[in-house]
Structure formats: C-alpha cells, structure tokens
Design a binder for this molecule. Structure first.
Ligand code: C2E
Ligand code: CA
Ligand code: CA
Length: 761
C-alpha cells in the first residue's frame, strides 16, 4: 500500500514537472506565474507527505508533517489567489488578502512549533494493512482545528467565488468554472473522508497533485467542444449576413434569424428550395465545392444587392449538405455611389467637377475618330453680379449655365464646372454651334431678370493634339477669351496658333520689361511737327523698343499690355525724362525754340501725381515748361472731368502746353471742349479716314477747326500722308501738321542732324 502511494505520488510529481516545462512556454503574466507556483507547491506537499510516511525517526516524521501542513497552507493561499485572477476578480480586497496571509503565517508558526511541543498532534509508528510500518498523525487536539478552519475557510471562499462566477457568466462560459469547481470539491471530499473515516494514508494528498495537473490541462489545453460549438452558433445567429443550410438534396434545413426575417424562409420554404435548386442548376454548382457571386433580390418591393457565397459541407470526404451566406451589399453600394458622386460632381450644379472631367476627357480622347474641341466659358461680370445681386443670384446663374450645357450632352460630350464661374465642354467639333451659346447667354440673361446682362465669353480650342493635358486645352480656350477686351455682348472666340504666338510674345513683353528699361532698350523717336510755312516747331516723342533679338518693336505691341499690367507709368516716366534731357541739351546748343510733345497714358492719371512729376522734371533740367507739350486723351479725363480739368488748369498755369490727342476718335468730344481748357487739339486724320466716308470725315475736320478757332484753340492735324491732304487741310484753315508726308518718327540723333541745323523740311 505504502509503495502504491509512493508510485502514484512520484508519477504525479513527474507530471507536475512536465507541466512546468509546458507552462514556461505560455505568456508570463501574474496569473500564469501564480498557477505555476501552485503546481510546484502541490508537488512539494506530496513530497513532504511521502517523506513523513517513509521516514524512520519519530522526530523526522514530526518535522515532515509540520512542513506538510505548512505547505498545505501555502498551496491553498496560492490556489485562492489564482482563482481570484482566473475569475477576473482583480480588485479583490487587499485587506482580505492580508488577513489570509497572516492566518497562514500564524498556522505555519504553530505547525513548526509543534515539532517541539506536540500540542497540535503527535505521531505514532503504526503498521498498515499490508504490514508496513509508518508514522501516522494521531491525537489531534483542539488546536489543530485552527489549521482545519483556515484551510476550509479558504476552500469555501474559492468554491463560493467559482460558483458565483459560473452563475453570473453566460451559459457559454459556465463550464469553464464548473470544471475547476468540481475538481476542488472532489479533492476536499477525499480529504474529509480521510479525516473522518480514519483511512490509513491521506489519499487526498495525491488529489492535490491531480488537481493541479487537471487544472493545467483544462485551463490551458482543453478547449471544450461545447463552448466552441456554442460560440460558433452564436456567431452565425447574431451575424448580419443571411445564412441558409440545405441538405444534400437541396432541401432547406434552417436559417439564422436575419435569414428568416429577410427572406421570409419560414413561410416560403418551398419557394426558397426552388430558387436554390434553380441556382444550383444555373451556376452548375453540383460539381463545385464553393463559389461566390453577386445577385439582386427583391424584398418588400425594393431590390437589394447581395454577395452570395455557396459552400458544400463535407465530413470526412462525404457530402452532408451545403449552405449559402448572403452578404447584403446594398448599403455599401449606396454609400459608395454617394461617395463617388461627391468625388466626381460639382455639388452646386450637378455636373462633373474638374478632376473627373479631366479624367473622362483624357479617356475619351484616346479613342476618338473625329475632331473634338474644348469649349470654355467665362462670365466676365460674375463678381459684379455677385456683389450687386448677392451670392444666391450668382448661384442661380451658375445652375442655369450648367443646365444649358447639360442640354449639349448627347452621348459623346462632357461638361464640367472648372471653378467659380468657369465651365468647360468637350465635344465633337461638328456638334459645336456658335448660335447655341449666343442664344443660351441671351436666354439666361433674360430669364434671370437682371438689369445688367450676363456677360459670358466662350473660348474654343480645336483639339489638334489629343495627347495634350486637358488642363492645357482649357488654358488655350481661356487664352482666346482673354484676348477679348471689354465687350458687353456674348462672344465666341477661337484659339489658333497665331493667338498662341501672340500670347507668348505678350508674355515675353511683360517678362522682359524691367531688364529692357535697365538696358536702355527703349528709345525715344521723334516725329517733326510742321508749321504752315514748312518750318519745324517741335516733335512728338514716340517710343520704340530696340530689342536685341526681335528688332524694333512698335508701341502698339506693348503700350496696351503695359497699361493692363500696370507698367506703363514706369515707361512714361522714363520717356518724359529722356525728353527733358534732350530739351536741356538743345537749350544748351541754342535750340531752345524747339518743343517736344510727350504722350500721357490715361493710367498715369491714376498712378502718378502728374503735377509734381512734370514740374519736378522741368525744374531738374532747367527747361521752360512751354517746351514740354503734354498730350492727353479724352479717355484720361472723361471719367472725372472736374478733377482732371483742375489738374490740366494747374499744369497750364505753370506754363505747360496741354494738347488733346486723337480728338474726334472718342464720343463726347465737342461737349468736352466746353468743360475743359486745352491749348491744342490734335486731330488724327488717318483715324477719321478709316471710317471710309472721306467727305463726312472732311466735314468733321472742317467743323472741328472752325470750332477751335472760335474757342481760340490751336489745331494740329496728324496722319498727313499726301500733298492733297495737306492742301485740303490748309484750305480748311489748319496751320500745323504732322505726318509721314513730312517725315516718319526717327531717332533723336537723326532728328537733330536733319532739323536742328537748318530748321526746315
Ligand atoms: P499717337 O499718340 O496718336 O501717335 C501717333 C501715331 O501715328 C504714331 O504711331 C505715329 O508713328 C503714327 N503716325 C504719324 N504720322 C503718320 C502717318 O502719316 N500715317 C500713319 N499711318 N501713321 C502716322 P506710333 O509711334 O506707332 O505710336 C502709336 C501710339 O502709341 C501713339 O499714338 C501713342 O498713343 C502710343 N505711344 C507712343 N509712344 C508712347 C509713349 O511714350 N507713351 C505712351 N503712353 N504712349 C505712347
Ligand atoms: Ca500722341
Ligand atoms: Ca494721336
């Protein structure tokens, strides 16, 4: 008997040691460490008991039994701590744990003292039924009850905790706690039996080892199949997907809740079976073990899109049926469609946005077999409309424009809102109809009912190179639009190569301005002004750009550009300064009877303080102000006659001569003269003649000369090209002339050598 106990005990100790090896591989958390200590302590308890049973001395038996009880206390404390962690009672009372530790300590001391005092129990050398002698605990006194109480209280607490947890937890996990509880209860029952029935050897000792090994197995290795089955069935039940099971003959077996609700299979099994069989036939699923496809189902009169997964169920190679999983894609599709719409459309007008348009057009142009064009629109006065009528009106116009453009879309066309008030349409050239745009612009203006018309421009780039970036195509269409000056009618403008070159040249003119000024590439040319008798009284300063690569650039190429970009004042200041330098040089050379007329751009009136500029210049170069004639235009003064009139007055008072240039080319000329005092009127003959009605223009010149005489204003006619014109002008009473008939504008040096020495033509 004694040796059977030894054999079993040793086997269990070996098992515990093996478990030790396995537990080391697991995660090192406090629960696992506590469990490992518990296991090892159970081995120690067994060892102590074996030692007590096998020892031959009385004293030795007392020592081993003392340690046996001491280790038992520690074993239970560890089990308690482990169970608390296992049942997730991490926050159990620290005080409670301290009391338990103190209890264990007191019992341990008492047990050790008993070696000497034997007040708890004593040991006796007895013979077992097989005739073997061993030391057995006898004469347990009332003090021993403390040890028993300590142990049983701990066991009760442990069992209570496990019971409580198993009741409270979901039935799925209940088994996890009940297994542990039953093992503990069995061990305790064996122990109690030993105590009460007076069994020779304490077999419950072995049970502690068995308990620890069994616990190890249940906790770490055994996955209860019931638990997994339960979990899986819960997953299926609570799944958002429809799951339907069929037997090998395609007969419907069951579905999860959502499946029953969605497809009403509980009431319409037959339909479903038919449907399923049909599917099997159609998709030829008999020979396939799994397949996924997308399918639309009609539910409550609305259709929903599902991803259907079919799978055959096999156990050990034999078919046992099949199942379908239907994943509802409808919401995803709607969401995707919504996101796609937002990403590709302009939300205000509902047409494509720029990026998507670029993408679509790029794709389309790869496959076209006919010429396409890029049509871009721009509402010039959109900002003004927004400012005056409000953003809502602006939005309404944009929606209307988009609505008009949409009507162009017949399959091969694309349109989009590029940004703000800019739209683009890419369409076959043959479908483009200028009239459509003119009509639509008119229609929108009328429909909106504003007092100012929508001033929309349309630029067209006929796509000669479909591999160009779409943004470049749009830029070209806008280049065409930008060449249009203020013109308050809907206008259609084409981009062509000349335009591209013009724009490039214009860009160059702007970019090179500062360098050209610094390098003195701008030069003053002079065109003589001639008296009635042919003598020269002065000259008009006309600027030329002597470009190192492009040659002589005439002013009409750059004056307007510089007026637009704001460089004109810098150029004019430069010209005026050059003119004053020349005048001061001439004065020094004794030609102070000569004057120079300089041109003043209308923009100069805004950007410069003209009075101080001109007075400053004549003072700086010490020239008489009457030597500098100032040529102004109607456009410069017309916007604010009072203010500019005063300035002109001040300049004249100072001694400058003010000339009204291009008189007659504007629209309010005669009326202007009554409100503005100038010294000279300059009539552009060429300009008047361009109208083609020479008799009428002659009449105008004649009446302007008469009027000027009456108002005591000098008249000079420019653009005189022929003797005939000269004679006619003389006959009309004009006394001063300028024109190619006398001389073209020439370099200052040339002018000096030609006219300053002999003063005549
Ligand atoms: P504008 O002030 O009316 O100058 C007269 C223009 O008529 C000059 O052209 C001149 O060369 C041209 N011209 C003179 N006689 C005849 C003729 O018999 N027949 C024809 N067909 N044309 C004649 P240009 O030099 O090309 O200047 C063009 C315009 O550029 C000028 O018109 C003036 O408005 C502007 N401009 C020229 N220089 C300057 C400047 O320094 N500053 C500013 N702001 N504008 C200038
Ligand atoms: Ca002029
Ligand atoms: Ca002129």
């Amino acid at each position: 008997m004694k040796f059977i106990l030894l054999f079993i005990s040793l086997s269990i100790i070996i098992a515990v040691l093996l478990c030790n090896v396995l537990i080391v591989k697991l995660e090192r958390n406090s629960m696992n460490i506590t469990f490992q200590c518990f296991m090892n302590m159970s081995a120690l308890v067994i060892m102590m008991y074996l030692a007590a049973v096998f020892v031959n001395s009385h004293k030795g038996a007392l020592v081993f039994y003392a340690f046996y009880y001491l280790f038992m206390d520690i074993l239970l404390i560890l089990l308690f701590a482990f169970i608390m962690m296992y049942t997730q009672r991490t926050a159990f009372n620290k005080r409670c744990m301290n009391i338990i530790m103190i209890g264990g300590l007191v019992d341990g001391i008492i047990q050790l003292l008993n070696i000497q005092m034997q007040k708890l129990y004593s040991v006796q050398f007895v013979m077992d039924r097989s005739g073997y002698m061993f030391y057995r605990v006898v004469n347990r006194t009332g003090y021993f009850v403390f040890h028993l109480a300590f142990c049983y209280i701990l066991i009760i607490l442990i069992c209570f905790r496990l019971l409580r947890k198993s009741v409270r937890t979901s039935s799925v996990f209940r088994g996890k706690y009940l297994v542990v509880l039953s093992l503990i209860v069995i061990s305790v029952i064996f122990n109690a039996l030993y105590m009460t029935l007076g069994i020779e050897y304490d077999s419950s000792v072995i049970l502690y080892g068995v308990l620890s090994v069994a616990l190890f197995y249940f906790l770490y290795y055994y996955k209860p199949s019931g638990l997994i089955d339960n979990l899986l069935s819960y997953i299926v039940k609570s799944s958002e997907d429809v799951v339907l099971c069929f037997d090998i003959h395609g007969k419907y077996l069951n579905a999860n809740e959502i499946g029953k609700n969605r497809l009403r299979v509980s009431r319409a099994n037959i339909d479903l079976e038919l449907r399923y069989k049909e599917l099997l036939e159609n998709k030829n699923l008999h020979n396939i073990s799994e397949l996924t496809w997308k399918e639309e189902f009609t539910e409550n009169n609305s259709s929903r899109m599902y991803e259907v997964k079919y799978k055959k169920l096999k156990v050990k190679g034999k078919d046992i049926g099949s199942y379908l999983v239907l994943h509802d894609l409808t919401e995803e599709i709607i969401k995707n469609q919504d996101n796609h719409y937002k990403a590709t459309h302009d939300l205000l007008t509902g047409i494509y946005n720029r990026d998507y348009f670029y993408k679509q057009v790029t794709e389309c142009l790869k496959t076209i077999d006919e010429p396409y064009c890029m049509v871009c629109t721009d509402i010039r006065n959109f900002k003004m409309i927004n400012d005056i009528y409000g953003k809502q009106m602006g939005d309404e116009i944009l929606i209307k424009v988009a609505g008009s453009l949409k009507r162009l879309l017949k399959g091969k066309e694309f349109c989009c809102r590029l940004r703000d008030d800019r739209f683009a349409v890419c369409m076959p050239c043959k479908s483009f109809d200028e009239e459509f745009f003119k009509r639509e612009i008119y229609y929108i203006s009328k429909k909106i009912g504003m007092s100012i018309p929508v001033n929309m421009y349309v630029g067209i780039y006929e796509i000669s190179d479909p591999t160009l970036e779409v943004s470049v195509m749009c830029d070209r269409a806008y280049l065409a639009i930008n060449t249009v000056k203020d013109n308050y009618q809907g206008l259609v403008v084409y981009y062509d190569d000349k335009l591209r070159k013009d724009v490039q040249r214009e860009q160059r003119i702007v970019n090179e301005f500062s360098d050209a000024i610094a390098a003195s590439q701008f030069q003053l040319f002079l065109q003589p002004q001639v008296r009635y008798d042919g003598s020269i009284c002065g000259a008009e300063a006309l600027i030329r750009w002597i470009h190192p690569e492009l040659g002589i650039i005439p002013p009409f190429e750059f004056i307007n550009v510089y007026e637009r970009v704001g460089f004109i004042s810098r150029l004019d200041l430069y010209v005026w300064e050059q003119a004053c330098k020349l005048l001061s040089k001439w004065r020094d050379e004794g030609h102070d009877n000569m004057y120079i007329s300089v041109n003043i751009s209308p923009k100069d009136f805004y950007y410069l303080d003209l009075y101080s500029v001109f007075t400053g210049l004549v003072e700086k170069y010490k020239i008489h102000p009457s030597r500098l004639h100032l040529e102004i235009t109607e456009t410069a003064v017309i916007s604010d006659i009072d203010k500019q009139g005063l300035l002109i007055e001040q300049l004249r008072d100072y001694g400058f001569y003010v000339e009204m240039d291009d008189f007659g080319s504007g629209f309010s000329s005669l009326n202007l003269l009554t409100r503005l005092n100038v010294d000279t009127l300059k009539i552009d003959m060429g300009f008047l003649r361009k109208s083609g009605q020479s008799t009428k223009s002659d009449e105008i010149i004649r009446s302007v000369i008469d009027l000027a005489k009456e108002l005591d204003i000098h008249v000079i006619t420019e653009g005189v090209e022929t003797e005939e014109q000269l004679n006619l002008l003389r006959e009309m009473g004009c006394r001063m002339f300028q024109g190619y008939y006398f001389a073209k504008p020439m370099k200052a040096t040339e002018f000096e050598s030609q006219y300053l020495l002999n003063n005549g033509v």
